[in-house]
Design a protein around this ligand. Structure first.
Ligand SMILES: C[S@@+](CC[C@H](N)C(=O)[O-])C[C@H]1O[C@@H](n2cnc3c(N)ncnc32)[C@H](O)[C@@H]1O
Length: 222
């Protein structure tokens, strides 16, 4: 978490995040507003990607140049808008959110964005909705319920085209993956299982970035 001063609880990690924030592209006023509103109005605001990860997601999209992206877990739309920003003109991002109470918040942000026409929002369970779309994606951003990560991997990889990328968020789960104190925590167990599944899967290549809560980049071999 980036803090504004060196008060109690201000860690080396906070200072690094602050330094990174000061040396990367700024986020738009719209994104800053969505992040602020997320923090003011919602429980678990930390789920939103935020400035540092948002700029990285935009950059990854600019590098991969996907025509079709799937996002699992929209929350308040912060990451969706960042990825939409990185898309080329004819690119589209399908984003799925299971919590229908978030719909108004999400749509308000998308409607105000110059990139809103590149976004298709679906409300419901990604594991039920994606098979009905009949689409093959160039990139999947996996950021839904951590306990379901193994199911998402099993259920959604068939909708990723060969040569496409799956980017999974929170794969270090605040470091809990290497902390035996969390052995009985179901979210930690599922994230570990997901990481093991990916590592054992010879259909893919895998790399990890220890940014924020950990991002895993999986490439489906051709
Ligand atoms: C970590 S948040 C997503 C944050 C967002 N991607 C971002 O980076 O700003 C996870 C979201 O996934 C949603 N979710 C959980 N299970 C889901 C499912 N099966 N299908 C779609 N969304 C789901 C939750 O309601 C929550 O809003």
């Amino acid at each position: 978490m980036v803090t504004s001063g060196q008060g109690i609880g201000y860690t080396g990690e906070d200072r690094i995040e602050e330094y990174i924030s000061a040396h990367i592209d700024e986020e738009s006023a719209l994104l800053r507003g969505i992040y602020r509103e997320t923090n003011l109005r919602l429980l678990n605001p930390r789920m939103a990607s935020g400035h540092i990860q948002g700029r990285l997601l935009k950059m990854l999209v600019s590098m991969i140049k996907p025509k079709l992206i799937l996002e699992v877990g929209t929350f308040t739309g912060y990451a969706t808008l960042c990825m939409a920003e990185g898309l080329e003109r004819d690119g589209v991002i399908h984003t799925v959110e299971i919590d229908d109470e978030l719909e108004d918040f999400i749509r308000k942000g998308f409607d105000r964005s110059p990139f809103g026409d590149r976004i298709r929002l679906h409300i419901g369970d990604a594991l039920r909705i994606v098979p009905k779309l009949g689409l093959e994606f160039d990139m999947i951003f996996l950021d839904g319920e951590k306990r379901q990560y193994p199911e998402y991997y099993t259920g959604l990889m068939k909708y990723l085209r060969p040569g496409g990328y799956l980017i999974a968020d929170n794969t270090l789960w605040d470091g809990h993956v290497v902390d035996s104190g969390y052995d009985s925590d179901p979210q930690t167990a599922a994230v570990r299982r997901f990481n093991d599944m990916v590592k054992a899967d010879d259909r893919v290549e895998v790399a990890m970035i220890p940014i924020r809560d950990g991002l895993t980049i999986v490439r489906k071999k051709i």
